[in-house]
Design a protein around this ligand. Structure first.
Ligand code: FPP
Length: 223
């Protein structure tokens, strides 16, 4: 969800103003998913690299996450959304971790739309944490190195049990993948758009999906 800072700057407002507008858009995009035929959506809200930002911006973002979880938990549940979080919760503040757990528990049995929020998430960090867990299992004698395949790796990642993404949308004119679902996106299609995240609404999402629908996916095979 890139471009919040530039969106705020263009309006001569502080960066958190852009994040607030971005959070509203995130809510809209989630609400539009059932209508657009999207069963799984993942929002990249905070990366393992985002700790390099100013203390003020990080504090504002964490407050925004807490506020949005409190504000939207019940409506998300009513909409049939199952909400899960991926990323390392260790460094997050206790209040936020508690709210995350409560939202996951509340929506555990929902199946209309699956919403994943990547928070303190990095693809490399996720692979490292999974590798350490596999190494522990090997040491404990519950996993044999020769049995480790792609499915094993997938089952140790934060996204265990979720399908790989078909389409990854990166907003704000950047053509990088920035440590997002590194393992899972191996065969994803990418859509890079100039639109800043706070301007990316249902219509832009529908357009990206239409474009995606026209692409031919060969997964390394032939047509
Ligand atoms: C990147 O834009 C955006 C972020 C680091 C924050 C994204 C978070 C939200 C939109 C809030 C979502 C809320 C919930 C509850 C999921 P940037 O700041 O890098 O923008 P810039 O590149 O223009 O500076």
């Amino acid at each position: 969800m890139d471009g919040n800072g530039r969106w705020a700057k263009a309006r001569r407002r502080p960066r958190p103003f852009g994040h607030q507008a971005g959070a509203k858009r995130a809510r809209e995009v989630v609400a539009a998913c059932p209508d657009l035929g999207v069963k799984y959506v993942t929002l990249y809200a905070f990366s393992t690299e985002n700790w390099k930002r100013s203390r003020a911006e990080i504090t504002a973002l964490m407050a925004l996450f807490r506020h949005y979880i409190r504000k939207t938990s019940h409506e998300l549940h009513a909409e049939g959304a199952r909400v899960r979080f991926i990323g390392d919760r260790g460094p997050l503040d206790k209040k936020l971790v508690k709210l995350i757990g409560e939202l996951e528990d509340l929506t555990r049995d929902n199946d209309r739309v699956h919403v994943t929020v990547a928070l303190n998430y990095g693809g490399r960090d996720e692979i490292l944490r999974a590798t350490r867990k596999m190494a522990d299992a090997v040491k404990a004698g519950t996993l044999a190195p020769e049995d480790i395949g792609e499915d094993t790796m997938a089952s140790y990642l934060d996204t265990a049990g979720m399908p790989d993404p078909d389409l990854v949308v990166r907003t704000s004119g950047e053509s990088r993948t920035s440590n997002f679902l590194t393992w899972q996106s191996a065969y994803a299609e990418y859509e890079f758009t100039e639109t800043l995240w706070p301007d990316f609404g249902k219509e832009q999402f529908a357009q990206a999906l239409d474009k995606f629908g026209l692409r031919e996916r060969r997964y390394g095979g032939v047509s």
